[in-house]
Design a binder for this molecule. Structure first.
Ligand SMILES: Cc1ncc(COP(=O)(O)O)c(C=O)c1O
Length: 371
C-alpha cells in the first residue's frame, strides 16, 4: 500500500472548466425529466434496440436545441445524436480528414485534438491568432500551402483563450473555407451561456459545415449527449450510419430521452440560466480581485486566460499555486504543433464545488499573482 500517495491532500481542481453545479435547479429538472421518461415510455421499447443516429423524437429535440444558435431549425434528418462532443469529433475527423491529410486549427486549441491526430494519423496546421481567433491572412496561407481537409473551429469563447470572432471575422474565415473547399467542424460548446453572441460560423458556409453542440458545458459534463448538424441528410448518413467505422459514439437511449424531455419541457432553459447566473457571479469576483491583471475572459465564460509577466514563467506560477493546494492549467497544454506557448495559464471558474471553494482557489491564484 502506498501510504504517501494516500496521505497526499487532494488539489482543488481549477484546471478543468466544467460548469458550476447548481443542485436545486438541476436536481429538480433532471428528476422530473427522468420520471416523465419512465412514465411515458415502455423501458423495453426505449432501450430494447439500438437507436442508431437517435430516435425521431431525440433528433427533433436536438433540432430544437441547436436552433438556439442556428438561424433556422434544421430538418431532423440532418441531426445525429451522439454520446458527447468527443465522439462526434472522432467520427468527423476520421471521416472528413483521415490518415495523411491536414486539419487546420488555431495555434492554441482544445488539446484532445492532438490526441485524435496521433490516433487517426492526420497532421495539424496551426494558425496564429489574435483576440478573435485565427488571423485571416495566416489562415488563407495555411489553406493555400497545406490544403487542409477541414478546419476545427471554436469561434465563440475559444478554449483556452476565450477568443470570440466578430461577425466580420466569421464571414471572412467562412469565405476562405469556401474558396479552398475546407470543411468546417464547428464546436460551439461554450456558446449557450453568453446572452449575446454572433451567429455560428456554420451559418456563413452551411454547405461545408458540421455544426456540433454538446450539453457538457451548458448543462452537465456527464449527461453525455451532443448533437451534430450535417450539411445535408445524405452527408449525415454517410458519416454516421452504424456500418461506418466504429459505433461506440451512439448515445444511450435513456440519456438521450431525458435530455429530450429537458429540452421539450424547458428544464434545459432553467439549468442553463442557473449555470449562467452562478458563472456570472464567480466571474464578477474574478474581475474584482484581478482588476489590473492581463486577463482575458467574459462574464459568462467558464474559464479565464491569465498572461504572466516574463519575470514569472508559467511553470513557476503553477508550482506556487500547487503548493497552496490549487491546480491550474499551463498554456503548453493547449499548444498545437511547434509553436512556443505564450507565458500564460488557464483557470476554470466552475469546477470548485461551491462559491466558498471557488473563492478559496481564486484567493490562492491572486496571492501568487501579486507575489
Ligand atoms: C472545446 C471542447 N469540446 C468538447 C469538450 C468535451 O465535450 P464532451 O464531454 O461532450 O465530449 C470539451 C471539454 O473540455 C471542450 O473544451
Amino acid at each position: 500500500m502506498n501510504v504517501s500517495l494516500r496521505s497526499t491532500p487532494a488539489l482543488l481542481n481549477m484546471s478543468g472548466n466544467m460548469p458550476p453545479k447548481v443542485p436545486p435547479v438541476f436536481n429538480e429538472a433532471y428528476r422530473l425529466a427522468a420520471q416523465r421518461v419512465l412514465a411515458d415510455f415502455e423501458p423495453n421499447d426505449l432501450i430494447g434496440a439500438h437507436q442508431f443516429c437517435g430516435s425521431e423524437r431525440d433528433r427533433a429535440a436536438g433540432a430544437r436545441f441547436v436552433s438556439r444558435r442556428l438561424p433556422e431549425v434544421p430538418s431532423v434528418d440532418r441531426i445525429v445524436v451522439a454520446n458527447g462532443t468527443q465522439s462526434i469529433l472522432v467520427m468527423l475527423l476520421a471521416g472528413l480528414v483521415g490518415r495523411g491529410r491536414q486539419l487546420v486549427l488555431e495555434a492554441l486549441s482544445y488539446p484532445t485534438i492532438r490526441t485524435f491526430a496521433d490516433q487517426l494519423g492526420f497532421g495539424l496546421s496551426p494558425v496564429p491568432m489574435d483576440e478573435e481567433g485565427a488571423l485571416p491572412d495566416a489562415f488563407e496561407e495555411v489553406c493555400r500551402a497545406d490544403r487542409p481537409a477541414a478546419y476545427y473551429a471554436m469561434p465563440t469563447l475559444q478554449n483556452p483563450t476565450t477568443a470570440t470572432m466578430t461577425i466580420e471575422r466569421r464571414r471572412t474565415i467562412a469565405k476562405i473555407c469556401q474558396r479552398y473547399g475546407v470543411a468546417i467542424i464547428e464546436d460551439d460548446i461554450y456558446s449557450l451561456l453568453p446572452r449575446e453572441v454572433p451567429p455560428p460560423l456554420s451559418a456563413f458556409a452551411p454547405e461545408l459545415s458540421w455544426y456540433v453542440l454538446g450539453t457538457a458545458k451548458s448543462m452537465a459534463p456527464a449527461l453525455k449527449v451532443a448533437y451534430v448538424v450535417a450539411p445535408t441528410a445524405a452527408a449525415a448518413t454517410e458519416r454516421f450510419w452504424p456500418g461506418v467505422r466504429a459505433t461506440y459514439w451512439m448515445c444511450a437511449p435513456m440519456n438521450a430521452s431525458v435530455v429530450s424531455t429537458l429540452i421539450e419541457t424547458g428544464g434545459s432553459d432553467r439549468i442553463i440560466e442557473a449555470i449562467r447566473v452562478e458563472t456570472r457571479a464567480r466571474q464578477a469576483i474574478v474581475a474584482e480581485r484581478l482588476v489590473d491583471a492581463d486577463l482575458r475572459t467574459r462574464p459568462d465564460c467558464l474559464h479565464a486566460w491569465l498572461s504572466l509577466p516574463n519575470s514569472r514563467p508559467a511553470s513557476d506560477f503553477l508550482a506556487d499555486v500547487r503548493a497552496l493546494g490549487i491546480d491550474v492549467g499551463a498554456s503548453s497544454t493547449f499548444a498545437i504543433g511547434d509553436i512556443a506557448p505564450p507565458n500564460a495559464i488557464r483557470f476554470g471558474t466552475g469546477t470548485p464545488r461551491d462559491r466558498a471553494a471557488f473563492e478559496r482557489g481564486l484567493d490562492a491564484i491572486v496571492k501568487v499573482y501579486l507575489k
